[in-house]
Design a protein around this ligand. Sequence first.
Ligand code: FES
Ligand SMILES: [Fe+2]
Length: 369
Amino acid sequence: MTVQPDTDRAGADGPEPGTAAAQRRQAILASELSPFPEGWYFVASRKAVQRAGLIQKTWMGENIVVWSDAEGRICVAEAVCPHLGADLGPSAGGEICDGRLVCPFHGYEFDATGQCVATPFAPAPKTAKLRVFEAHDLHGLIFAWWGIDGRPPQWTLPTEPLEQEGWCDYQITTLRFPGHPQETTENSVDLAHLRYVHGYDNVDRPERMLVDGHRLLSRFDFRRPRTVAKFATLTFDVSADTHIYGLGYSFVEIREHSIGMNMRLWVLAAPVDGTLIDMTLVSQVREIRKPKRWIVGLGFLPARFRAPLINRFMASQQKEDVLQDVVIWGRKQYTSRPRLCRSDGEIMPFRYYCAQFYPEPGDSNGAAT
Ligand code: FES
Ligand SMILES: [Fe+2]
């Protein structure tokens, strides 16, 4: 088992000492965390939007509605009608007709760009437009941009296509608890907790984390004994690459070596109201045609049933892991000056990375209308 000491190097990734950037980052690191850092945050899956027709939720402290028109264009908008302020959610009577959101108060109709395109008794006023959040569909998962002071998107989520051939459907679970997306994302570089909280063995980091602007890559390997079907114990031998794009999007590529299994896990934290966060776990397993060894009982199943079943099992394990973290997250305080030890991993370089998601009002770059 090897855990690289790095406390001594922790400051190496920060800005040049004495510069304005260094002072600025220091101020951010030392302050309380703002509850709504800038970035892309998960809203809903496309399937959930299609199933519900109209979704309403509290997201980033905003009351929003989400719907899709017949062409599949998604709209994420503030749930407030620009006419006389009616709530547009389904519980207030808002509904989708022919792909348009219809206000329950006087019947204004809005298309998927948020523009009012019709009213029952007069031409639509051009100035009547919903406050819309830019949305992006990534592999059937809908994200919207949250910009400080209405800043438009400053960067994009990954644009590379993701192979779906041979991968099973998503398992999606959302947990709600008191927390902050920086604190939850910090777990990706907090190697000591992997051993202490989750009981992983042989935690090792093959290389230092990589930061490139808004992107961060953290790699680690570990072993994990698990009881399957209440009687068999398996040891999973895992390599995990975590691709972080801001504090609302973590994508983990997992390779399990002893069985020869590939898994994808998205960990999507989205602040709700300044205290609670929704953490959505999305998992997917690739079909295992020739396993290096069998998981109990799976050999009897046709190949196409194996991946969904394993996905359900792995998703339940991930949820268990997160629930172990929730006990800590839900009660902890943000410690701006942590007293770190040599086995902690790259906590401070991670925090330097995070500082970019708390721009000051003066940093406004094309504030949105
Ligand atoms: S308040 Fe929405 S149409 Fe009047
Ligand atoms: Fe954890």
